[in-house]
Write a protein that binds this ligand. Structure first.
Ligand code: AHG
Ligand code: MN
Ligand code: MN
Length: 336
């Protein structure tokens, strides 16, 4: 019989084998996974659990919060604040950082999350997820402040997401490839179901919200126009399109079968770098994609190299199959 490897066993064995997962980080990842199980349960209950619909509040980005945005945020905080592995947390749904209260020991890690990604899909029963990113608190800094979080994506020590879809699946990197775990509901544990995920370098599939096309910058328009031209155009092949409007679900598809995902800067709000958030969405997803052999850029620069200037910073995002992302970067460079 093939033995199933639980997330717990995987983390213990990884810690032993290559020292990539120190004890506190192992606890952190276990706790995040447990929180995701809780969120998954709430998502599954849907209307029966009274979790659908809108809350009467707005987040710092001026977006109306859904009940599940708030529930998922609370689940993650409650699960993580007492374990002694964290110094502080930051979330898309909180204006400022959440420092671990004095009554608990403080650890050396910083946890950031998009507690519920794809909020517009909650009430229509389409896949949504949780995205997380882990940094180390800079050495020697007393206490903890927002500035401690402003580290480039290259500094991440762990990142991942949990997708609540037909299956609940956790996808994780600690800088040594990307592995995937599927929630076994009878056992109540995540089980390793795919190791060393690789994104094919080429693709015939793109994901972008086409309704924004008229607002895009020229290099993005050029890239999509060429895809749309299909076999008879400069690319010489037909492309397919998918747009789920949950970054988690679109990126998951790209990890499974390749593709390119974009939420580029556009002219609607020119002063905004993009829609997606650097710390909770772009950095963890970019690292996962790079760890799976893909690439991620804002058009001008590798996303993981960007120096964040504020917690809720936004960024233009293009990621996925390496050759497509390089082509996009090249079109941007030619324009510049
Ligand atoms: P969130 O629900 O955390 O605010 O994120 C939604 C994001 C992302 O998941 C998705 O790719 C994109 O917004 C969808 O935007 P549009 O509705 O503009 O297509
Ligand atoms: Mn999101
Ligand atoms: Mn969200």
């Amino acid at each position: 019989m093939v033995q199933k490897i639980s997330l717990t066993r995987y983390l213990v064995e990884k810690q032993r084998a290559d020292g990539l997962i120190p004890g506190q980080l192992r606890l952190l990842l276990e706790v995040v996974a447990r929180a995701c199980k809780g969120i998954s349960q709430a998502v599954n209950k849907g209307a029966l659990g009274g979790v659908l619909g809108t809350a009467e509040s707005e987040n710092v980005q001026g977006e109306i919060q859904k009940k599940l945005d708030i529930i998922a945020n609370e689940v993650l905080i409650e699960a993580n604040e007492w374990g002694g592995h964290l110094a502080a947390m930051a979330s898309e749904e909180m204006d400022s950082i959440y420092v671990v209260p004095n009554r608990y020991p403080q650890g050396e890690y910083l946890l950031m999350f998009d507690p519920l990604d794809g909020s517009s899909n909650i009430d229509v029963n389409v896949s949504i997820g949780t995205i997380f990113s882990v940094l180390k608190k800079p050495d020697g800094s007393p206490g903890v402040q927002e500035a401690d979080f402003l580290q480039a994506g290259t500094q991440q020590v762990a990142a991942g997401y949990c997708i609540y879809g037909p299956q609940t699946t956790l996808v994780l990197t600690v800088g040594n490839g990307v592995d995937m775990f599927t929630l076994d509901r009878e056992q109540g544990s995540f089980v390793l179901t795919q190791e060393d995920i690789q994104i094919p370098a080429d693709t015939k599939e793109f994901a972008v919200n086409m309704s924004n096309m008229r607002h895009w910058d020229e290099p993005v328009k050029r890239y999509i126009d060429e895809c749309l031209a299909g076999k008879d155009g400069p690319r010489g092949k037909d492309f397919n399109m998918r747009w789920i409007a949950s970054m988690v679900a679109d990126v998951h598809r790209i990890l499974m079968r390749g593709g390119v995902f974009m939420y580029p800067w556009d002219k609607r709000e020119p002063e905004k770098a993009g829609k997606l958030r650097l710390m909770y969405e772009a950095n963890p997803m970019s690292w996962l994609v790079e760890q799976a052999g893909g690439a991620a850029t804002n058009g001008k620069q590798r996303i993981l190299d960007l120096q964040p200037t504020k917690l809720h910073e936004r960024v233009s995002v293009m990621l996925g199959s390496r050759n497509e992302v390089e082509r996009l970067a090249q079109y941007h460079a030619e324009k510049a």
